[in-house]
Structure formats: C-alpha cells, structure tokens
Design a protein around this ligand. Structure first.
Ligand code: PNS
Length: 158
C-alpha cells in the first residue's frame, strides 16, 4: 500500500488544502494529514481544534486519516512507513519555499519523495493567513473554507 502524508500547519484548513487533499486521496491508498509545528509561524488555533476541523471536513473520504506530530516531518513519515510527502503548489511565490523544504527533506531522508499537487484555479490564491484575517474582521469566508471552519470562526466572531 502506498501511504502519503500531507503535512502542514492547517491554521486553519482552507478549501485550497482540501482541494489538494482530495486529489491526493484519489492517487494514494492512504493519505495521512498531519498537523505539524512550523517554527516560523505563531499558530492561532490549538492543535486539537485544528485536528477536529480537518476531521470534520474529510469525514466522507474513507482513505484519509488525521494526526499531529511534534518533530521532523521525515521522522513522522518513517514511523508511518509513508513513501510520499504531498505539498500543494499555488502561485510561483510558493516555489522557492517549497523547493527549499523538499530539498531539506530529501537530504534528511532520500527515500521520501515530495510530490506537488496543484489546486483548482478557484483555490489557487487561498491562504490560511488571509482567511483568518477576513474572518476575524467579520468578513464572509464561507466560500473559502470547509463548513467546519466557517462555523468555528462564527463562534469566535459574533
Ligand atoms: O503549512 P506550512 O506552515 O507551510 O507547513 C510547513 C511544515 C509544518 C510542513 C514545516 O514547517 C515542517 O515540516 N515542520 C516540521 C519540522 C521539520 O521537519 N522541518 C524541516 C523541513 S522544513
């Protein structure tokens, strides 16, 4: 069985992440979405809540699991016997960061292959940071995120 992991901050999961995840679920027998720490980012939503929001949004897709991990992505991949690491690639602005991460991960574990998936054009400019900003200023994010995330922000911003 080919197991793929899809690591990220998911603070929160957006329709862009979901798009990539859905595509991955059609390519691999099992996909594990894993919430990891990005040392360069201060997270807004707790890991437990991020997991719940992801679980709720993927509940109808049978071959997706959701997990969290503290440490190196390559270590997590090895512990799950995953051979593929999925990342989404949107605009060219993602490229340098994604390439750097892929190269570092390859240096750490030459057997783990990073595969980039491109979301549909309607999700190409979505980012968790933008979604959070719009939601926290009371804007409508219903078309940008799974329903679980939309509901979550509605409980925060009355
Ligand atoms: O959604 P993000 O914030 O772009 O995801 C980045 C993430 C969490 C996948 C990356 O920071 C990561 O892999 N963190 C775990 C620590 C690690 O393995 N670092 C080396 C590769 S950058």
């Amino acid at each position: 069985m080919t197991i793929a992991i899809y690591p990220g901050s998911f603070d929160p999961i957006t329709n862009g992440h979901f798009d990539v995840l859905y595509r991955a679920s059609k390519l691999f027998e099992k996909v594990i979405v894993v919430v990891l720490l990005n040392a360069a980012k201060k997270s807004f939503i707790s890991v437990e809540n991020r997991i719940e929001l992801i679980k709720e949004s993927v509940k109808d897709i049978k071959n997706i699991e959701v997990d969290s991990f503290e440490g190196l992505t390559v270590k997590y991949a090895k512990s799950k016997n995953a051979k593929v690491l999925i990342r989404g690639l949107r605009a060219t602005s993602d490229f340098e960061y994604e390439m750097q991460m892929a190269q570092i991960n390859k240096t750490l574990d030459a057997n783990l292959e990073t595969i980039f998936l491109v979301p549909g054009v309607e999700n190409n400019f979505l980012a968790s940071s933008i979604v959070k900003e719009v939601a926290l200023f009371g804007g409508d994010i219903s078309g940008l995120v799974p329903e679980s995330v939309n509901k979550y922000f509605k409980t925060l911003v009355k």
